[in-house]
Write a protein that binds this ligand. Structure first.
Ligand code: BGC
Length: 443
């Protein structure tokens, strides 16, 4: 199973590399030569200085800065914020391949329909109706997932900027313009596929990807057209599980999410349709590893594409580096009834990069890191616990700041003394807001 997946992923990776002009790891190594130099010279300065002033010897604007989970970009056009991504020589983004994952999610739902053709159309009207929970209409990952599902189910329509990803509100009559009715052949039958409803799950205070809002939405939808809903799809597991627990499990309606949070993986045994692992175990490692390397003044891909002194190394079937975007992307894996038992512990570090670094060669450094929303299911239940496991292995003393998911100031207010830290890892509330952070580091 693992082998087959790895092969599919390798193929997907080759495709996405070709598509986005990505680089091989060796190119990225070459490109980061300046990086190591900068860090090495700062180390040299430190060595001659009093150790108490350690963090103070490097200007804040020159300290390693890793963006993660929310890629600095224009929330309307999706265009990357290159100024933020190349703020200094030690600035990178860590995320996952949103398009490859979105395609997998769409395919997972289509495969489920093919395998359950005889039972999927609950009211036998020839229409497979689905509802879709959208996380954040201005977040690239959310947009990609909406597009991936629509294109796999034949409901996508092309707009000026590619497949339309807008929510439709309610579309029980099939007249919405943001989607179209699709058709799927399954079990010798031709079904119409309709996006009955979709909505951005944003609460009144402004928090996006909001699980409670999704729970309310499914109740509203179910009350007015419940027997038409054959499938529930969500941009993430937090919202998906809220809908599953609130309605779909009791009604036997397969529900699909994203993130492979432990509760969602466990729910597959009880009818949750499936989820996608965005390899948070690899992302959390990369987020802290890039900081470790920059502070050690070694090649930025140490312990990534090449083994470090403890034997940590990642293989190319789990991530790639896109030089132009200065971004490291983990690759996704579908988690379904076929393989979910391999994914039950979502907070376990990835075995090939789980070796402890030696504290003499890699002395403790302090890192400021924020999670944009302390209530986000994926970040709080999966990503942060992983970071906490890796910070020990990498000898990093990380201060974790949990935001309210609504205002950037709630987080930036707590970055009042950047000089006290050696490096920063930032998860923005809104992808447009990188300057709120870089301006603090530039002062
Ligand atoms: C995750 C979501 C999460 C979001 C936060 C996405 O990558 O899949 O679950 O809410 O990031 O930005």
């Amino acid at each position: 199973m693992r082998k087959a997946l790895a092969l599919t992923l390798a193929a997907a990776m080759a495709l996405s590399l070709a598509a986005c002009g990505g680089t091989t790891s060796s190119e990225s190594t070459a490109a980061s030569g300046g990086t190591s130099e900068a860090a090495a010279s700062s180390e040299a300065t430190e060595a001659t200085d009093d150790t108490t002033a350690e963090a103070g010897t490097v200007a804040n604007k020159d300290k390693p800065l890793i963006w993660f989970n929310r890629q600095p970009s224009n929330s309307t056009t999706g265009e990357l914020d290159q100024a933020a991504l190349s703020f200094n020589d030690n600035t990178y983004y860590v995320g996952f391949d949103a398009n490859q994952g979105a395609e997998l999610q769409g395919q997972m739902v289509a495969d489920y329909i093919a395998a359950h053709a005889d039972t999927i159309d609950r009211n036998g009207d020839g229409v497979i109706g689905y509802v879709l929970a959208i996380g954040d209409i201005g977040h690239n990952d959310s947009i990609a997932r909406t597009r991936g599902v629509r294109s796999a189910l034949g409901t996508a329509v092309e707009g000026d900027n590619g497949i339309v990803s807008d929510p439709v509100g309610t579309n029980t009559d099939g007249t919405a313009t943001a989607v179209q009715d699709g058709t799927i052949e399954a079990g010798g039958q031709t079904f119409t596929v309709r996006e009955l409803a979709s909505q951005e799950m944003k609460n009144s205070a402004g928090a996006t990807w909001d699980a409670a809002t999704a729970g309310n939405a499914i109740n509203t939808w179910a009350a007015s057209f419940g027997d038409e809903i054959d499938i529930v799809v969500s941009n993430n597991d937090g919202m998906g599980m809220s809908m599953f627990n609130g309605w779909s499990q009791a009604n036997g309606v397969p529900t699909f999410g994203y993130d492979a949070n432990a509760d969602a993986v466990a729910a597959i045994a009880n009818g949750y349709g499936g989820t996608i692992s965005q390899h948070a175990d690899v992302q959390a490692y990369l987020t802290l590893r890039l900081i470790r390397n920059a502070l050690d003044g070694v090649d930025i891909n140490t312990g990534i594409s090449t083994p470090d002194d403890a034997g940590n190394v990642l293989s190319e079937d789990v991530y790639y580096y896109d030089e132009e975007a200065r971004s490291y992307y983990a690759l996704n894996v579908a988690v379904t009834a076929d393989n979910y038992t391999e994914f039950t512990d979502s907070t376990k570090t990835y075995a090939p990069v789980s070796n402890q670094l030696d504290a003499t060669a890699h002395p403790e450094k302090s890192v400021w890191l924020d999670i944009y929303n302390a209530a986000d299911n994926f970040l709080s239940a999966t990503y942060q616990p992983l970071l906490e496991n890796y910070d020990d292995l990498l000898n990093l003393n990380v201060e974790y700041i949990g935001g309210d998911g609504q205002t950037e100031a709630n987080i930036t207010n707590r970055l009042s003394n950047p000089s006290a830290y050696d490096a920063f890892a930032i998860n923005m509330v809104k992808t447009d807001n990188a300057a709120s952070y870089t301006s603090l580091l530039s002062q």
